[in-house]
Design a protein around this ligand. Structure first.
Ligand code: HEC
Ligand code: HEC
Length: 427
């Protein structure tokens, strides 16, 4: 009697063991399928997130500059860009700070020209793709930006009258100017202006150069301004030829190169976890807009750079802006945008989101060059240590990220993959 009863018992133990094994098997199988499908989802999301980078549009047209794509104007602009004589000490050119050997930056926290400036030098590579120039966007076209450094005291400290005279009297510069623009409205050489003369800039005190400018007869002033506007439009044309080329990141998106696993993890962190592309968005890694990250001022003081807030009033009265007298498209879209700008309180301290192309070569970082390395930048975003809470002016999207050391390294590896200087292949 025992035997038959033992049989089913043994059977039921076997059954239970079998069921257990099966159960584990099903469980393992299901979780394997689940992890496969999450992996597949992640892979799909990754592929999709890279799609926009497979094609990068051409540099947008600049209708405010009639000579924007004129090779003769660009050739003249290239001469101007590298010429040290357009500075009061004959020792500073655009290329001094925008050094081609350093990805068109200078490697120092604050720009050093005739004096020391208040901001860090951004690259000019790809600047033609930006709607606003400089950290606070006080120039709204590439050519109008060039009008300022030539006369700015801390940069080249020159004046447009001497600049025009130099072009008129130097045979090489004069030939390049004439090739692009024909006759110069200044009479026969040599012209000799006896004094430095330039208009007074908004917010600056009257000085000898601005008094001398006011003393010039209006027709002379108009002639100088005309030639000066063509000089800066030529600088604009030249800088349009300095695009940021395709990086390894773009080429990976096109299927022409392979990023490392760390670089790809870094991109996923940038895009999905830290959501850096809420501001560093799109193919140029910038929304082209202005934000206040709450970077603390020096020595625990409040930040003192008014950023966008101070830029708007300057832009609105600038005769070299897209809406100004020297623009070739005074009623265009950009001009309308400029006329409608308002310097609201929340614009205080805002800076333009910089593009991150070639960022590994443009250290130090931020508008005041406060961070020496990309690791330091990522550390800031990771903890927001010291960030100043600017009540309603504060960016609401920034949160401490709490990334691990490995994740931070991945994020930096991704940022480095945006380098295009090493790329010698044609785009
Ligand atoms: C003394 C160093 C220095 C010199 C000289 C200089 N720059 Fe700059 N450049 C800077 C700094 C600093 C900025 C940022 C200014 C700011 O945000 O207030 C800048 C900004 C720019 C920008 C805007 C880039 C961007 O991403 O917003 C362009 C374009 C530019 N400079 C072109 C020129 C040209 C053209 C010349 C010569 C006519 C020139 N620079 C001379 C230091 C210099
Ligand atoms: C709220 C918009 C915003 C977000 C989100 C954001 N940034 Fe920025 N980023 C900026 C602005 C604005 C600056 C310039 C700030 C300044 O100089 O005052 C900047 C500067 C930088 C710079 C310095 C570039 C240079 O040329 O000096 C790097 C690098 C950078 N951001 C990377 C990142 C990374 C990585 C993340 C995500 C962890 C991120 N950013 C998130 C807006 C943003």
């Amino acid at each position: 009697m025992m035997i038959p009863s033992a049989q089913p018992k043994r059977n039921s133990i076997v059954m239970r063991v079998l069921l257990f094994v099966c159960g584990v098997g099903i469980f393992v199988g299901v979780s394997h399928i689940t992890s496969l499908s999450t992996e597949k989802d992640a892979q799909l999301r990754l592929t999709k997130s890279l799609e926009p980078f497979a094609t990068r549009g051409a540099i947008p047209l600049d209708r405010t500059n009639r000579w924007a794509d004129d090779p003769k104007a660009a050739a003249f602009g290239s001469l101007l860009f590298h010429d040290l004589r357009f500075s009061s000490n004959a020792a500073v050119s655009c290329a001094t700070c925008h050094d081609p050997e350093r990805a068109f930056t200078d490697g120092v926290p604050l720009a050093v020209g005739v004096g020391t400036g208040k901001r860090n030098t951004p690259t000019v590579l790809g600047a033609a793709r930006q709607r606003w120039q400089t950290w606070d966007g006080r120039a709204d076209t590439l050519w109008s930006q060039a009008a300022e450094p030539i006369e700015a005291a801390a940069e080249m400290n020159f004046d447009r009258t001497s600049a025009v005279q130099l072009v008129r009297n130097d045979p090489t510069l004069f030939a390049a100017y004439s090739a692009a623009f024909g006759e110069m409205p200044l009479g026969l050489p040599p012209v000799e202006f006896t004094q430095r003369a330039r208009p007074l800039r908004l917010g600056a005190d009257m000085d000898e150069a601005s008094i001398a400018w006011d003393a010039l007869v209006p027709s002379r002033r108009a002639a100088i301004d005309e030639v000066y506007s063509r000089m800066v439009k030529s600088l604009g044309a030249f800088q349009r030829t300095l695009d940021a080329k395709s990086s390894r990141f773009d080429r990976h998106a096109r299927g022409d190169a392979q990023l490392t696993a760390a670089e790809l993890r870094g991109w996923v962190l940038f895009h999905e976890v830290a959501k850096c592309d809420q501001c560093h968005s799109g193919v140029e890694f910038t929304d082209g807009e202005f934000h206040n990250l709450g970077l603390p001022g020096a020595d625990g003081r409040l930040p003192d750079d008014s950023g966008r807030h101070g830029a708007i009033p300057k832009l609105k009265v600038d005769p070299y802006s897209s809406a100004g007298a020297f623009s070739d498209d005074q009623d265009g879209k950009q001009a309308t945008l400029v006329r409608g700008l308002k310097s609201d309180p929340e614009t205080w301290g805002q800076m333009r989101t910089p593009s991150l192309r070639n960022v590994a070569r443009t250290a130090p970082y931020m508008h005041d060059g406060r961070f020496a390395t990309l690791d330091a930048v990522v550390d800031f975003y990771n903890t927001l240590d010291g960030a100043v809470a600017l009540d309603h002016h504060r960016e609401a999207v920034l949160r401490p990220l709490g990334l691990t050391a490995e994740q931070k390294a991945d994020l930096v590896a991704f940022l480095r993959s945006l380098d295009s200087i090493e790329n010698s292949e044609p785009d």
